[in-house]
Design a protein around this ligand. Sequence first.
Ligand code: PBG
Length: 336
Amino acid sequence: MTLGRRDPLNLLQRPRRNRKHPAIRAFLRETTLGPEHFIYPLFIHAGADDVPIASMPGCARLSRRGLLAEVEAARAVGVNLIALFPAVVESLKTSDGREAWNPNGLIPETIKALKDRWPDLVIVTDVALDPYNSDGHDGIVAPDGRILNDETVAALCEQALCQARAGADIVAPSDMMDGRVQALREALDGEDFIDVSILAYTAKYASAFYGPFRDALDSAPKSGDKKTYQMDPANAREALREAELDEVEGADMLMVKPAGPYLDILAELRRATSLPLAAYQVSGEYAMLKAASERGWLDEKRVVLESLLGIRRAGADVILTYFARQAAEWLTGTRK
Ligand code: PBG
């Protein structure tokens, strides 16, 4: 076959005409990505030094000083929402996780320090017992191994109130107990925290992609798995049911987690609810992109921004991502 001039194909439709010029491509762009779309998850501990997390290059368990520096750098590029995750020393872990509502605990003390410095910083707190629980589960474990729903919900209310009293703006239950959104709403309203929002982890799957996070916090379950409360990766209809429940129970925003492997769930929820949607690009998604980029197998900047854009396109208003600061630096041109 000879390539070269020939008669044009007889095409009425040539979609490429709409891609022919950068200015045309610019006004046709449907999805945007900016620092305002990120929530930055940060790991903290009570130690004096930042301790790097091996399976999450670029992330560390931050000391108070390290945290303040990181938040300052993130704010400088427009990231003003953070989510805090505590690494708690073993000696404070108990079967009922009561350190979770210690008013002088790591989380409340950290919230106060952050708010002292930046009253307008938006702080999201994780509501779940796994960092505090000697069993490594999000809920209270009965002697026979069951995760006790209603007892856990009562504990989560204590935890969320403790966070709200310290100044949390958004509480985010990641535990997947039944009825916790309504119970949290009532508990918060009972103390007049009517302005504290609830970001419900609505469709949180029992995912292998949380591995590096559990390393980061030493919070892997000591026995059993999380399949009696987190969702089966095979299921989509169940996510719709969880969304309906969270909505009637008073959630302000819903979340899908993980993000990348669950974009279909995000898109379905986008059609099913008018509530804002968050997606969590979890530790394993971060680790994959980092590892391949470090080996030179992927172009880190392009692949990270594409992964985030894909999550936005599927329907997320906001993305929890460990790339928040780095991506915002790329987007604002302060990083190459
Ligand atoms: C637990 C919690 C997990 C994550 C956030 N909150 C792990 C789990 O459910 O075991 C995972 C986040 C990540 O992997 O980045 N409440």
